[in-house]
Design a protein around this ligand. Structure first.
Ligand code: NDP
Length: 396
């Protein structure tokens, strides 16, 4: 039993909070704190029961420290934006609080993400006897746990890893992103990158693509992108010869994205507008649909999994492990669409693993460094069941 503090009050935080409230055996006290307190209050109201709320600007270590000292949580679940990872980790160290997040640190003024900034905290968390669990959403998150499960139970050595992420849902909007538009557009307009034979290889943004067949969905054009879990997975599984990440996009989405980029609206360089400095991408976020409002009319499913080739007892095998999540079912349960659901549920399960002492180890860790088995068991119980295909055609 323990006290948890969620930071952020967006779609992912809503799902995590709703799910924590259904796991009161572990989360005895819940607080939600964010920049806009009214959003925390709305989540608390949706849940009912005893949920505290607070205002906090998570860019300020001092404000965080005041809040942590007042509430004294055992674990902070950071579901704000990647920009706040380091300030929240810093405040955790000052107050002796454990940490979990779903996205790696990204500086506001540079569309670039990597783990080095957060891994640099390892010794300090170790010395303080505190646990930090990084990247505990779906991808990163479950993608790493699936890989750890395959490494533990299916293969002696993993050689080829392809993480495949399909959203075959339809929200009936001309253009919308499924999570924070600023973070999402920064991510997909980056150059592609994958790991092969000990080195990172670069491609143009969304330049490499092919149709892949997703269970219960069918073929969807899938685009090679860089994704953060590749960085930790190739480090933690050195037998990997090639690791790639693929995500599906519809033609309509890509056309809008191209126009947004061509007219300069994806830029993160501040410009002067009527005497005021604005960042075009932040302005765009303000006019795009709020991802939290997509749920009501969202149909279809997401399908995210790992397609793996490796050897067991000297023989080559393939393995595909995946989850399909219905947007409608996610909305009915939590009021949020499937992308928030597939991120918020693993964040809650990771927090549950920590509270139960199953994933508690001083230092800074990526999810695949913990025992995947209890987490995999919970996925089946908490709404994200997984399925396996042995020795099928991986198409990759
Ligand atoms: P939202 O934009 O819906 O929510 C972010 C929340 O953080 C908002 O409530 C926002 O406040 C709050 N926030 C932003 N800045 C601050 C600040 N300085 N201080 C306090 N609160 C702040 O995002 P999502 O819920 O869609 O995503 C949340 C996180 O999940 C992101 O980091 C995203 O990258 C990650 N993610 C991870 C995935 C995975 O599979 N691993 C997949 C999808 C998302 P306000 O309401 O005032 O704006």
């Amino acid at each position: 039993m323990g006290k948890v503090l969620i930071i952020g009050a967006g779609g992912v935080a809503t799902v995590a909070a709703v799910k924590m409230a259904k796991n009161r055996d572990v989360f005895s006290e819940i607080m939600i704190a964010s920049r806009t307190k009214s959003k925390c209050d709305a989540i608390a109201e949706r849940i009912g029961g005893n949920v505290k709320t607070a205002h906090v600007d998570a860019d300020s270590v001092d404000e965080l420290v005041i809040l942590f000292e007042m509430y004294r949580p055992e674990l902070v679940v950071n579901l704000a934006l990647p920009y706040q990872d380091l300030t929240i980790m810093e405040a955790c160290l000052r107050c002796g609080v454990n940490y979990l997040d779903t996205a790696n640190y990204e500086p506001k003024d540079e569309a670039h993400f990597e783990y080095s900034w957060q891994w640099a905290y390892k010794k300090r968390f170790e010395a303080a006897g505190l646990t930090a669990i990084l990247g505990c959403g779906f991808d990163p998150g479950v993608s790493g746990i699936y890989t750890a499960y395959a490494a533990k139970h299916i293969f002696d050595e993993i050689h080829y890893l392809d993480i495949v992420d399909c959203n075959a849902g339809n929200h009936h909007k001309a253009f919308a992103t499924n999570f924070n538009p600023e973070i999402n557009i920064r991510e997909i307009t980056q150059k592609g990158r994958f790991y092969e034979d000990g080195e990172w290889k670069q491609t143009g943004a969304l330049e490499v693509h092919k149709p892949l067949t997703y269970p219960n969905i069918g073929p969807r054009e899938s685009y090679l992108m860089y994704h953060e879990e590749l960085e930790s997975l190739v480090k933690n599984y050195p037998t990997i010869k090639r690791a790639r990440f693929w995500m599906t996009f519809g033609q309509e989405y890509l056309t809008h994205l191209r126009v947004i980029q061509n007219i300069g609206m994806a830029s993160i360089e501040p410009i002067l507008y009527e005497g005021k400095e604005i960042v075009p991408l932040q302005f765009l976020k303000a006019v795009l649909p709020n991802p939290q409002d997509l749920g009501a009319n969202y149909e279809g499913e997401t399908s995210i999994g790992c397609r793996i080739r490796g050897v067991k007892n000297g023989e080559e095998h393939t393995y595909y492990i995946y989850n399909n999540c219905s947007h409608q079912a996610a909305y009915e349960e939590t009021g949020m669409q499937g992308v928030s659901y597939t991120t918020g549920v693993p964040a809650m399960i990771g927090a549950r693993m920590f509270m139960l002492g199953l994933w508690k180890r001083p230092g800074v860790w990526n999810v695949e460094e913990f025992d995947p088995d209890p987490f995999m068991e919970e996925l089946n119980k908490q709404g994200l069941p997984w399925h396996e295909v042995h020795d099928g055609d991986l198409e990759l």
